[in-house]
Design a binder for this molecule. Structure first.
Ligand SMILES: Nc1nc2c(ncn2[C@@H]2O[C@H](COP(=O)(O)OP(=O)(O)O)[C@@H](O)[C@H]2O)c(=O)[nH]1
Ligand SMILES: [Mg+2]
Length: 267
């Protein structure tokens, strides 16, 4: 479930919406085309709060639910080494969108899967939009989307967004993930060294205790071990939790919980 408090800080007002969708993808995969096809005229553009990065936000309804959709900057990764990557990562990490749609280029699948796997480390609420499927066909490339969905552990929907092909299936997949009818079991690589394994064994339970229900404690722990300043700040300030639940903000136990995180493990 999305984090309305953090979303407000990220410039998204959820008052009249049931769900918020993030649209991620490498540049030139057809993200904006998908965005336009889903929202039509119900969209507006601006900047991310406090940043000079352009942002498009739109709305649509489907199956009696109101959706907001945010077009994230096109990126090849989420390591937050550029402003675009930071904006995209922060939105998925702190906004906790109900669904993250990752638009990939079916003709350049291998390169695109890098971002898919990074998104799947942060959230299990994802749908892969396998776009430019017409181009793939033209190049006699066949993608086994069922196999891909099984291997990734999230729905994969082939589309040719410019022609409107597959968009109904995409909407249906988004709806099923948003409403919890489909629950992802994302593929997550595990190939850490014994030392990292040991550190994770200490750190992960403490992160889970401080932030119950966090879908990505292992990833957060790995980023902390990597010395990620932004995540350390987020842990200290309780940003990863559900700020919409007042008891977690108010209760001193919440603050006390945060102090459980042994930052000496991190340095
Ligand atoms: N053939 C084909 N072209 C597409 C498709 N989707 C988008 N495009 C084109 O690909 C280019 C990049 O699309 P755009 O939506 O701007 O990509 P973005 O950078 O990811 O936002 C544009 O010329 C689109 O018209 C598709 O499914 N098939
Ligand atoms: Mg675009």
């Amino acid at each position: 479930m999305h984090n309305a408090g953090n979303l407000r800080k990220l410039g998204v007002n959820m008052e009249n919406s049931d769900f918020v969708i993030a649209l991620a993808g490498n540049p030139n995969t057809g993200k904006s085309t998908v965005f336009n096809a889903l929202t039509g005229l119900r969209q507006h553009t601006g900047n991310w709060p406090g940043k000079t990065v352009a942002r498009a936000e739109g709305a649509f309804s489907y199956g009696d639910k109101q959706y907001k959709i945010v077009d994230l900057p096109g990126t090849y990764s989420l390591l937050s080494t550029s402003l675009d990557e930071e904006v995209a990562r922060d939105f998925i990490l702190f906004g906790q969108p109900d669904v993250t749609v990752i638009v990939v280029d079916a003709t350049r699948l291998e390169r695109n899967l890098n971002l898919v796997l990074q998104v799947l480390e942060i959230t299990d609420r994802a749908v892969v939009c396998l776009n430019l499927i017409d181009e793939a066909r033209r190049h006699k490339l066949q993608v086994d989307e069922r196999r891909l969905a099984r291997d990734l552990g999230v729905p994969v929907v082939p589309t040719a967004a410019r022609q409107g092909e597959g968009l109904q299936d995409l909407l249906q997949a988004i709806h099923e993930v948003a409403t919890g009818q489909t629950v992802g079991k994302p593929y997550r690589a595990k190939s850490e060294s014994p030392a990292i394994k040991q550190a994770l064994a200490r750190l992960v339970p403490q992160i889970e205790a401080a932030f119950p229900g966090l879908p990505n404690a292992r990833w957060v722990a790995l980023r902390l071990l990597d010395g990620d300043e932004r995540l350390m700040q987020a842990v200290r300030q309780g940003e990863l939790g559900d700020l919409t639940r007042p008891e977690l903000v108010m209760l001193p136990e919440a603050a006390a919980n945060n102090r459980l995180i042994p930052l000496e493990v991190v340095s």
